[in-house]
Design a protein around this ligand. Sequence first.
Ligand code: PXP
Length: 238
Amino acid sequence: MKTKLSVNLNKVALIRNGRGGNIPDLIKFAKDCESYGADGITVHPRPDQRHVRYDDLGQLKEVVKTELNIEGYPSANFMKEVLSVKPHQCTLVPDPPGVLTSDSGWDIEGQRQLLSDVLSSLRSADIRTSLFIDPDPDQVIAAKEVGADRVELYTGQYANNYFRDKHEAIQNHIVCSNKAVELGIAVNAGHDLNLDNLRFYSDSLSSLSEVSIGHALISDSLYFGIANVISMYKALLA
Ligand code: PXP
């Protein structure tokens, strides 16, 4: 199975929000990314709306022809928006409100009731669900138990340690992906993936349905242009 590339557009929204107008046009950018080969679009509306805003979500759902993935902490407000927009996938992250970026996964056991409840309302709305977790096989087992369709493995530590010892850095991700295959749960991955570390990551895992990449991909596009960059990332997943 080929790994899908979902392009995270938070950084595009951040630039737009910096001036208060509509440059760059986030909605057009999403459509263009798809036309250049992106398999999905990911956005992460944060409580302070510094990235994609809640009022972007409906427009994105209208134009995205591949898959829209909305990430976030399942606050009452977030859940209201997601259930009304109905993206193809919702990735739940445990971020506290002021966090700079999502840098750790759920302790599923400690949040079992909350997660079971929100996963069940997302499932009732026909929204595929994913839980952002650290690469720990116990969390994969717990994700299956609370009813998630997928896990998204946090790749920040993998990326940090890649140049020191990539074989060691990937080890727990391989274990998690094997465990997920055994349990019949799909695996996504994301955070700090880039042109250096992506191919080794996707080649090493027995199952990897999707990667979502934002920061490096949008930064690379400053040098190479977004159309070229999407092709460069997709070539690493081929
Ligand atoms: N996955 C999650 C849950 C995230 O919060 C982010 C960042 O918004 C990403 C993936 C993408 O990470 P990066 O921007 O480093 O590619």
